[in-house]
Design a protein around this ligand. Structure first.
Ligand code: ATP
Ligand code: MG
Length: 190
């Protein structure tokens, strides 16, 4: 199954961002983008790809330990950015240092569980809002519009393991659905 570890924003934060995205969708070019569903919004910590069923218990155990070693930390949705002309995302503010450490721990957990992880080129905390369709859309005005966006902070207190169901073959415009298959609470400080 296709898996990734993630931090899921709470409903209040999702609602704030959804209101912002409704504004973004009024901008020229918005129709040329494939917008993600608020219900699936997440900050990816570590992408594992296809993982065999028998690896999941060991992976879960390692992720539980990674969560236990992490202290709860504040995070807020803040501003945005883009990956070239491919993806538009919302960013975060708060304890990004702890978020980054958590991403490293999730990556290490997956490796120790025997999953062949990509070498990662630096961690950019991001919540993907839209991807470009075939035609290139200039994402800069969308990033600029997100500039002043600041959601209310929340305390991140758990790590989630999410299964990604890719769209069934050939059906265009159908988005993947995400299913949370595990969730582990953080431990105390240190
Ligand atoms: P789609 O692939 O149909 O556009 P998606 O990217 O949301 O949808 P997945 O490909 O299953 O669905 O990815 C799940 C999450 O993991 C997404 O946040 C995605 O950006 C991230 N991700 C996917 N592939 C990688 C990768 N090779 N490295 C890092 N993150 C990845
Ligand atoms: Mg993908």
């Amino acid at each position: 199954m296709r898996l990734f570890a993630a931090v899921l924003p709470p409903a209040v934060a999702v609602d704030e961002l959804a209101a912002e995205v409704r504004e973004l969708k009024q901008l020229p070019g918005a129709d040329g983008l494939r917008w993600t569903e608020p219900a699936g919004w997440h900050f990816t910590l570590a992408f594992m790809g296809e993982v065999p069923e028998e690896t999941v218990p060991g992976l879960s155990e390692r992720l539980a330990r990674a969560a236990h070693r992490t202290e709860p930390f504040p995070l807020a949705l803040h501003g945005g950015g883009r990956f070239g002309d491919r993806a538009l995302w919302a960013g975060a503010s708060g304890r990004l240092d702890v978020l980054r450490r958590l991403a490293e721990r999730a990556d290490a957990a997956a490796r120790k569980a025997g999953i062949d992880m990509d070498r990662h080129r630096g961690y950019t905390p991001h919540l993907t809002l839209a991807r470009s369709r075939a035609a290139a859309v200039d994402l800069r005005p969308f990033v600029a519009a997100l500039d002043g966006f600041e959601g209310g902070p929340w305390t991140v207190g758990e790590l989630s393991l999410v299964r990604s169901h890719l769209p069934r073959g050939g059906i265009t415009g159908q988005r993947p659905r995400y299913e949370e298959v595990g969730r582990w609470p953080f431990g105390g400080a240190g």
